[in-house]
Design a protein around this ligand. Structure first.
Ligand code: GLA
Length: 381
């Protein structure tokens, strides 16, 4: 892969890159739609990465090329970058360069060639991988000395303000801050995290991503509507964020809210509690105990938060019917991926059962991706 990157870089831009960087996609174990409620999440970085061959330029031009997008080089002037100016895939990398400048860092241009193994539209954070690879490379190319959480904040700023996608910070934190063999226990309000050991293989288990291939788009309004619903509930309850509502106070809070907001609040409050429960089990080495937590999270996301769809429900139901300890939709929702935790010796049979169920329903055959908790954005050469 590195040789291919170098060769393509040479044929697109001429000469050699200064280095090669990689940033992973992520899958979230538990803690969904909690990040923009100042809450908790527990993602892991995937082995699938966006790789970036990059070279610093001295003329202020930002030149971008992607193996997946193809097409001609996107050639931009760093000084002219403004939100809304770029609307294609190039908005993500250009947005990071803009965000660095906006934050007062002294940066200039670069030649960037990308190649990625992170599936797009699958709820596995291909855009965060793209952003974090650029942030990490710029940090090195321009000697900025930024830490992983700084890179994540800049990447989120790029996505929110430049690409116009109203996401929280979980994906960028996962892509920037994860370490191999561990999940990232995020406390969004505190801006802090800790690494929690996550090694299902050592417990005779496997975690599988089932990419349903129903693509989702966080910019299409449904995600923003959920965020707005949570904000309205906070305003009515007099809270800074739903993170401040404890499970004990949930029944009372529900009585104070209109019917349409109650299920949203119920999901966020119970989901934050599920993160704490999952972390306690993982810290004690009880990986299998995640199973029932995944099942309750799916019920909550399907019935209360209502972000599941026929394909993701089928993946969860057929995984559980085939012996998974637990399964749930993961990521932003409205399609995308499901995760299933299963005994290693049942994993193949489970995968076959899910595929058969999709065929029988006339859906596209899903992609099955085994998860190994990998490390965050890094220089690889
Ligand atoms: C998307 C967003 C994240 C988070 C999840 C839901 O992945 O980018 O910030 O809100 O949805 O947990």
């Amino acid at each position: 892969m590195k040789d291919v990157l170098r060769t393509v870089f040479g044929s697109v831009f001429g000469g050699h890159p200064d280095g090669i960087w990689a940033a992973p996609g992520r899958v979230n174990l538990i803690g969904e739609h909690t990040d923009y409620n100042d809450g908790f999440a527990l993602p892991v970085a995937l082995a699938q990465t966006t790789r970036l061959a990059a070279r610093r330029r001295t003329d202020g031009r930002l030149r971008l090329h992607s193996a997946q997008a193809g097409g001609p080089v996107v050639d931009l002037a760093v000084a002219d970058l403004v939100p809304g100016a770029v609307t294609t895939w190039a908005a993500y990398p250009a947005g990071v360069v803009w965000a660095l400048g906006e934050a007062g860092h002294r940066i200039g241009g670069a030649d960037l060639h990308f190649d990625s193994t992170v599936p797009t539209g699958a709820g596995l954070s291909s855009s965060a991988a793209l952003e974090c690879a650029v942030a990490r490379a710029y940090d090195d190319l321009y000697g900025l000395g930024l830490g992983p959480p700084d890179l994540a904040r800049l990447a989120q700023r790029a996505e929110n303000a430049f690409a116009g996608v109203p996401c929280g910070i979980m994906d960028q934190m996962a892509s920037a801050c994860c370490v191999a063999g561990a999940a990232l226990h995020l406390d969004v309000r505190a801006g802090s995290y800790e690494h929690v050991p996550f090694d299902p293989g050592a417990a005779g288990l496997r975690l599988l991503v089932i990419d349903t291939r129903v693509t989702h788009d966080l910019g299409d309004g449904a995600y923003a509507a959920l965020r707005t619903g949570c904000e309205q509930a906070c305003a009515l309850l007099g809270l800074a964020a739903l993170r401040d509502l404890s499970p004990d106070h949930l029944p009372r809070a529900e009585r104070m809210l209109p019917a349409r907001l109650r299920p949203l609040v119920r999901h966020v409050v119970t989901e934050n509690a599920r993160v704490a429960e999952a972390v306690a089990h993982l810290e004690a080495g009880r990986v299998a105990e995640l199973g029932p937590i995944l099942n309750s999270a799916h019920a909550s996301l399907r019935d209360d938060y209502r972000i599941s769809c026929a394909e993701t429900d089928l993946a969860v139901d057929s995984a559980v019917a085939a012996g998974a300890l637990g399964a749930r939709i993961t990521g932003g929702g409205f399609g995308g991926s499901v995760i299933a935790l299963v005994a290693a010796d049942r994993a193949d049979a489970m995968g076959a059962a899910i595929t058969a169920a999709f065929r029988a329903a006339g859906y596209q055959v899903p992609h099955l991706i085994p998860v190994t908790a990998a490390s965050g954005a890094r220089r690889i050469e």
